[in-house]
Design a protein around this ligand. Structure first.
Ligand SMILES: Cc1cc2nc3c(=O)[nH]c(=O)nc-3n(C[C@H](O)[C@H](O)[C@H](O)COP(=O)(O)OP(=O)(O)OC[C@H]3O[C@@H](n4cnc5c(N)ncnc54)[C@H](O)[C@@H]3O)c2cc1C
Length: 411
């Protein structure tokens, strides 16, 4: 008879994997989390963590540790559309600020938290395949630095192994809401470019860029163009990046006075959902749901998946509910929470100029502080686009703007 060594094996130890491992280990399960990387280490990703992600860190008792690393809080989001800027507060009373921690810092903090919770963390361990017996995933096969192939078994294997997920490849889940890559973007870090607690986004036709503060008094600046130009623009990344910043001359001027401290890194990603569970397996984070990074949702989405999936696994491992019922709810709750943002994100990522009705609405939002805060909260993932762009809210914003215009013409 086979005895499972672990209740759960998690493949991948960054934003999705370590919190999943940590939450399960805190509930007393025997958890192994493996990653081919070592920590601290960087990954291709910028790192704005919106207030819902910050709130998750607080719930897990990890926010103080992040704050202690000296990462500056971000309390204003400013969207520069050219003719006007919408600036608002992205958070809630409980969690007013976002943070932009380097992944070297954030991911290490998460890995350490998983380990402290009692999960066994195995770094430099590459998963080659999952073990399947009688149609059910029962473990992983992989190798550490020594090179010998090792098999580990568990009741459930969780793929938290990112967008090229080996676990997903092996189990070939249903994929839905597919959209191709829409945007290509490059980022680097600048010193001497203070942001004063602001996340700034500049939206121009077929171009966009964003900047925010991170550790070590550095500012990350990411600039993007349509995916159709990805190949052509690779020939001169720096030139195209700087040309994009020139679309906002005062910002470009500040960058000319700053110093670039790192090389350019960039990529493009596809957009899709995967069914996140099946016999003996589950998916969290980018392995299960990936979308363009223009709205910076990936980290808090990974945190949300970790919580929903760990709760569902707890219910099934403790025989409260069947695997199908608990994990089915995980999928429904994930999809319901992210679908409006997915549609909004993939629309923004085309970098097409906003359609006339949206331009009108944004014009009406400008200057209305409540509406500007709410717009910031949409991008922050605090308020659903379905609510903000819902008929009632749009009518309210448009009539407030009309009243303001009438008052202004009377005086
Ligand atoms: C350019 C860019 C900018 C972004 N900016 C932001 C942003 O500002 N804010 C935000 O919230 N999100 C951003 N994202 C999205 C964010 O990076 C991801 O959503 C997030 O990293 C997903 O976390 P994850 O844990 O699911 O996957 P990952 O962070 O990709 O981690 C997967 C881990 O699995 C490990 N792994 C993979 N295969 C194996 C294997 N076979 N064996 C062992 N280990 C394996 C890898 O080594 C890796 O450590 C950005 C993404 C990109 C590409």
């Amino acid at each position: 008879m086979t005895r499972n060594q672990f209740d759960v094996i998690v493949v991948g130890a960054r934003c999705a994997g370590s919190p999943t491992a940590m939450l399960l280990a805190r509930r007393g399960y025997r958890v192994l989390v493996v990653d081919r990387a070592t920590f601290p280490s960087d990954t291709i990703s910028t790192h704005l963590v919106h207030p819902p992600g910050v709130a998750a860190l607080r719930r897990w008792g990890l926010l103080d540790r992040l704050v202690a690393t000296g990462c500056p809080p971000i309390s204003t989001y400013a969207f520069d559309f050219g003719p006007f800027t919408i600036a608002g507060a992205p958070g809630t009373d409980d969690t007013p600020a976002a943070y932009g921690p380097r992944r070297t810092v954030l991911d290490k903090l998460l890995v350490d938290a998983a380990s402290e919770a009692g999960a066994e963390v195995r770094e430099r361990f590459t998963v080659e395949d999952v073990v399947v017996e009688d149609g059910r995933v029962t473990g992983i096969r992989g190798h550490g630095t020594g090179g010998d192939t090792v098999t580990e078994r568990a009741r459930v294997v969780v793929g938290a192994d990112g967008r090229h997920s080996r676990v997903a490849k092996a189990v070939a889940p249903e994929q839905y809401h597919d959209k191709p890559p829409l945007l290509a973007a490059y980022y680097t870090y600048w010193s001497g470019l203070p942001m004063d607690g602001r996340f700034e986004i500049y939206v121009r036709p077929h171009r966009g860029f964003a900047a925010w503060p991170t550790h070590d008094d550095l500012t990350v600046v990411i600039a993007g163009w349509p995916f159709a130009e990805f190949e052509a623009n690779k020939a001169d990344i720096e030139g195209n990046y700087l040309k994009t910043l020139e679309l906002a001359p005062p910002f470009a001027e500040s960058v000319r006075a700053a110093t670039r401290e790192a090389r350019f890194v960039g990529t493009a990603v596809p957009n899709f959902f995967r069914k996140p569970f099946g016999p003996g397996w589950a998916l969290v984070g980018d392995a299960g749901y990936i979308k363009d990074f223009i709205t910076s949702q990936g980290i808090h989405d990974a945190f949300r998946d970790a919580e929903l999936c760990a709760t569902a696994l707890d219910e099934t491992l403790s025989d409260v509910r069947t695997f199908e019922a608990a994990m089915g709810e995980y999928q429904v709750r994930r999809d319901d929470q992210v679908l409006p943002m997915y549609e909004f994100t993939t629309q923004l990522a085309t970098l097409e100029p906003p359609p006339p009705e949206l331009q009108q609405l944004l014009g009406a939002v400008h200057g209305n502080q409540d509406a500007m805060d709410n717009f910031a909260r949409v991008i922050a993932g605090v308020l659903s686009p379905a609510v903000f762009f819902g008929e009632d809210n749009v009518r309210r914003i448009m009539s407030q703007a009309a009243r303001t215009t009438r008052r202004a013409t009377r005086t």
